[in-house]
Write a protein that binds this ligand. Structure first.
Ligand SMILES: Cc1cc2nc3c(=O)[nH]c(=O)nc-3n(C[C@H](O)[C@H](O)[C@H](O)COP(=O)(O)OP(=O)(O)OC[C@H]3O[C@@H](n4cnc5c(N)ncnc54)[C@H](O)[C@@H]3O)c2cc1C
Length: 434
């Protein structure tokens, strides 16, 4: 019999490995009740009337939740899945299962923070504490060589300092024994329809053909590093526009926490020790630092990333008629074929290469002169790997109101096409799609 009963509230940490919450619960010898809530807040409308979550990500979340439930079942427990407001549901579960503590991973963006605050407030009325832990980044916040408020706003300065002065922690070991609280009703995992989302068939040419969940995430990592050794050429291939192995394909798994960034890091280190290390093996870690950087920047600057003036308080000027130009961008009917190809890929697969994202974002901002936040909202709907800090941080960066030390950064689509799609193969493929 455990010493207490803890509700483990899963959000964007849909895995069993390297999981601080599971580790803490086991360490304290507590019985656990794992719970995931589909919060309608994240399935509503944005201020510009786009959907907060589109079909590709919703499907990926559903698959990841299913996989986590299966993972718990193999260990003798289950995952309770609910559809509704966590601030209502969690206190009810606390009552039903005589829980004495709720634990959760800390997030960095407004809605996620508010979601947690609302739950905390309701639990407090029942004198039940909500304890939050850090666990989404590669570097632990407490190991940074500066307090959050003093983190440099320039990536290179941030990176050099942490690489020199901070270390990456070991993974949390998987608990040896899980003590599960017997569950009365595990709840049905909603389908797209129940979440109010119409299904779209993903184009089979997608660079991201993978299913959600920890199982697939770990096998994808293995495939990319060990089976194909694609990691050895990552630095040279990462700017490609299409294919399945030009980059790691880990982003949706990292965004939903199906894989921990520390697992990726330690696996790369193992590969480097046992096989080879080169610029490419390092570069994947380098990119993970961008992910950390934007998360820490969100902690520092908060909601300013969601407004047009960004963290710089200087917004570009817009011209009349931006609604129409925004529509042409979304609908892939701009005068530029490469842009249209990218926008078609995004809309029919939920994924776009990093280079593609940079080019279409720059085009919307600098060529079409449209409010960049609209583009960010649109990405939020369609990207399978959407994560607030990475999306809004990158958009603000390209709009010149974020963390780019350069005043202005423009990706000229003609030059980009000559460089990355010289035979128009990519462009032709997506433009010829009906
Ligand atoms: C306008 C714009 C919006 C973006 N929105 C998102 C988003 O919502 N979610 C997201 O995960 N990434 C976002 N990115 C970053 C990047 O495009 C994707 O992480 C990457 O293309 C995902 O493919 P991959 O996993 O194969 O990447 P890889 O090249 O294999 O990189 C490995 C990992 O490093 C991280 N990473 C790489 N580049 C960046 C970057 N520029 N910023 C932050 N993290 C990075 C990601 O976690 C990625 O999975 C955005 C970039 C731009 C320009």
């Amino acid at each position: 019999m455990g010493k207490g009963r803890v509700l483990v509230w899963f959000r964007n940490d849909l895995r069993l490995h390297d999981h601080v919450l599971l580790h803490e619960a086991a360490k304290k010898n507590k019985e656990i009740l794992p719970v995931f809530c589909f919060n309608p807040l994240f399935y509503g409308k944005s201020p510009i009337n786009t959907n907060r979550t589109g079909p590709f990500r919703a499907k990926f979340i559903i698959e990841s939740v299913k996989d986590l439930r299966e993972g718990f079942k193999k260990l003798g427990g289950t995952l309770i899945v609910c559809h509704g407001n966590p601030e209502k549901i969690l206190p009810e579960l606390v009552q039903t299962y005589a829980i004495d503590e709720v634990i959760v991973h800390q997030e960095v963006a407004y809605d996620e923070n508010r979601e947690m605050d609302l739950v905390e407030r309701e639990l407090w009325k029942k004198k039940i504490p909500l304890t939050s832990y850090i666990g989404h980044t590669l570097y632990h916040k407490q190991d940074l060589p500066f307090p959050i408020k003093d983190i440099p706003d320039t990536f290179t300065i941030f990176r050099k300092k942490i690489e020199k002065e901070s270390a990456i922690r070991a993974e949390y070991p998987m608990p040896e024994n899980f003590a599960f609280i017997p569950v009365i009703d595990e709840g049905k995992i909603p389908g797209l329809k129940e979440l109010g989302i119409s299904n779209i068939r993903k184009n089979p040419a997608s660079c991201m053909p993978f299913e959600g969940g920890e199982k697939v995430a770990l096998s994808r990592l293995n495939h990319y590093i060990w089976e194909t050794e694609s990691i050895l050429s990552y630095k040279d291939t990462r700017n490609a526009l299409t294919g399945v192995n030009f980059s790691s394909g880990l982003s949706p798994y990292l965004s939903l926490g199906c894989i921990s960034p520390r697992r990726v890091y330690h696996e790369i280190k193992k590969f480097e020790n046992e096989n080879y290390s080169n610029d490419s093996t390092y570069w994947l870690i380098f990119e993970l630092l961008w992910r950390d950087f934007f998360r820490f920047m969100f902690k520092k600057h908060g909601n300013r990333y969601f407004v047009k003036s960004g963290i710089r308080n200087a917004a570009p000027i817009y011209f009349e008629g931006e609604e129409q130009r925004f529509e042409s961008w979304k609908n892939a009917t701009t005068p530029n074929r490469l842009i249209n190809a990218f926008m078609k890929e995004l809309k029919t697969t939920g994924y776009l290469s990093n280079r593609g994202r940079q080019i279409v974002a720059s085009y919307l901002i600098h060529d079409l002169k449209v409010n960049w936040t609209w583009g960010a909202w649109y990405f939020e709907e369609f990207l399978v790997d959407y994560s607030p800090a990475s999306n809004w941080g990158n958009w603000a960066y390209l709009a010149g109101v974020g963390n780019d030390p350069k005043e202005i950064r423009i990706f000229n689509p003609e030059i980009q096409a000559r460089k990355f799609d010289p035979q128009n193969k990519y462009s032709d493929f997506w433009n010829n799609l009906v």
